[in-house]
Design a binder for this molecule. Structure first.
Ligand SMILES: Cc1cc2nc3c(=O)[nH]c(=O)nc-3n(C[C@H](O)[C@H](O)[C@H](O)COP(=O)(O)OP(=O)(O)OC[C@H]3O[C@@H](n4cnc5c(N)ncnc54)[C@H](O)[C@@H]3O)c2cc1C
Length: 500
């Protein structure tokens, strides 16, 4: 599946870093967080490189729904349940700063964006109560929200909280402008350059890539979920995959960006098309690798859209994942105690357009000696994250269960051998001797890969929407042929038919 925002960001740079090149800062990851960090540091005169494993926008940012909003579904009431009023205010201040910075950048660079009202809406009576809680949480931090008793829209909706003057855009346009600006200020941008490890040597950090080593005084890991396990972020995050689709629609579409508080979770916005606005819908989130059929979830989203917008004709459908933090606050700052020169940014809970930019302001500020006032609230070593321990316990016991289930299921498969090739677009895990092997058929060709995730040895599940192997433990994903797509691991899958 491919996103509506399929335009590639032009990158004019040598294809690989020069032998043993040395930078003041190396930013790893070409999503909104990494690209903004590179702009801020390059504008401040630092010698900067950005290393991207695939292509700019390859993961969440290129597949987002790109609402730039401080009203974020039920984030404020959800955070308020675990955090103090001051902390919620700091979260809002950070998001307002991120939003302000990006809007000023888009205006300055002439990047298209649309100012819209954001709505958090209910579909049921219990949803109305959730809407009221969000309204109260937003008013406590002085956001100028409005209560709407009944929304007038063609899909099931009741009451809503509304916040005017938010924004939306095409995220690839935004990334293109950020990358061009970083490069214009001297940053070196490298695509197809995956960082595999980072090690300290003689006072520098050495980033090891298949293209060679790169030296840096300081490192920013803006990789969605951190690639280094030293901070054990995988145990503090919950990987959530969800779906989006774009439609041509003949009837007039109301403005606004909508997000439901209750089931079925639905997100709506419009985007300019060649002959009028297109409709974007999204939803059906689930833990990565734990859906019965991802394809059925996309089909369900499409059915819902065509039921409520009868003229809707599908233009594109896609999916992506983001990471939910155990105590509801992003982790931004030092990787772990003693790692002052490696920073991370993760846990944006599907609100990275503001949070990613805020993280960039914080991490670049720390390097330049001017971190924002709210930065300490997101410190990855904050003691208050103990408040998230019950959530972490649940998440990690589910991870343990998935680990055991995967291996037990594989052991049983030896009792039920099957040599039949899976049907087109299907994949199964089988036992080959003692090892679990993933077998799938894509475009008529059968592929076999190790079904063991190289991160922490979870047994992979077949994703029938993306034709990928997904890990139900911490969200690593691999293409049908075993090539690494995303997640905390840095290695592709072993292919039993190839000697390595
Ligand atoms: C379906 C969906 C809809 C969303 N909608 C919204 C929305 O409307 N508004 C909003 O604010 N947020 C939204 N989000 C969340 C938002 O998209 C993300 O929080 C944000 O894009 C994260 O940006 P990032 O730069 O931190 O990470 P990413 O965009 O994931 O970028 C990380 C980059 O790092 C690269 N990388 C990974 N490992 C390595 C390595 N070892 N070496 C080099 N590079 C590496 C990846 O290839 C990737 O390009 C949505 C998320 C999803 C899943």
């Amino acid at each position: 599946m491919s996103a509506l925002w399929s335009a590639r960001v032009p990158v004019e740079a040598p294809s690989r870093p020069a032998e043993d090149s040395r930078y003041e800062c190396v930013v790893v990851g070409g999503g909104i967080t990494g690209a903004t960090t590179a702009v801020l540091l390059a504008r401040a005169g630092l010698r900067v490189a950005l290393l991207e494993a695939r292509h700019i926008g390859a993961a969440a940012t290129g597949n987002t729904t790109a609402k730039l909003s401080v009203l974020q579904g039920t984030r404020l009431s959800t955070i308020s349940r675990k955090q103090s009023a001051d902390t919620v205010r700091a979260y809002v201040d950070a998001n307002l700063d991120g939003q302000r910075w990006l809007l000023a950048f888009l205006r300055e660079q002439g990047v298209a964006h649309q100012i819209q009202t954001a709505y958090t809406y209910a579909q049921s009576g219990s949803g109305d109560k959730t809407v009221e809680e969000e309204l109260r949480a937003a008013r406590r931090v002085d956001l100028p929200v409005r209560h709407i008793a009944q929304l007038d829209v063609p899909f099931p909706a009741r009451s809503a909280v509304a916040l005017d003057d938010q924004a939306q855009f095409d995220p690839m346009d935004v990334l293109a402008a950020l990358i061009a600006d970083a490069a214009a200020h001297g940053a070196d941008i490298y695509e197809n350059t995956r960082v595999v490890t980072v090690r300290r040597k003689k006072g520098d950090q050495i980033l090891h890539t298949a293209q060679g080593d790169v030296r840096a005084q300081s490192v920013v890991l803006a990789t969605g979920t951190p690639i280094l396990d030293r901070g054990a972020f995988f145990a503090r995050l919950h990987p959530q995959r969800s779906y989006a689709a774009a439609f041509d629609v003949s009837e007039p579409l109301a403005d606004g960006m909508y997000l439901a508080v209750d089931e079925p979770s639905r997100s709506l916005r419009t985007t300019p098309g060649e002959s009028g606005p297109l409709l974007l819908t999204g939803g059906a989130g689930h833990t990565v690798g734990r859906a019965r059929s991802e394809r059925a979830l996309v089909d369900d989203l499409i059915d819902w859209t065509t039921t409520h917008f009868p003229t809707a004709r599908l233009r594109a459908r896609w999916s992506a994942q983001d990471y939910m933090p155990i105590d509801e606050l992003p982790f931004v700052g030092q990787l772990a105690p003693g790692y002052g020169d490696i920073q991370v940014a993760t846990g944006f809970a599907k609100w990275g357009m503001t949070n990613g930019v805020a993280a960039a302001l914080s991490m670049s500020g720390r390097i330049l000696g001017s971190a924002p006032q709210w930065a300490p609230v997101f410190d990855p070593s904050r003691p208050k994250q103990l408040l998230g321990l019950p959530t972490a316990a649940v998440i990690n016991s589910e991870v343990g269960f998935e680990l055991a289930k995967g291996w037990a299921g594989t052991a049983l498969k030896s009792l039920m051998p099957s040599k039949d090739a899976p049907g087109e677009g299907q994949g199964v895990v089988r036992r080959h001797g003692a090892r679990p092997v993933g077998v799938c058929t894509v475009d008529g060709v059968q592929h076999s890969v190790s079904a063991i995730c190289p991160h922490l040895y979870g047994i992979l599940e077949w994703n029938d929407a993306e034709r990928s192997w997904d890990c139900p433990l911490h969200g690593s994903r691999f293409n049908y042929d075993g090539a690494l797509l995303e997640g905390p691991t840095t290695r592709s899958l072993h292919r039993p038919d190839r000697s390595e």
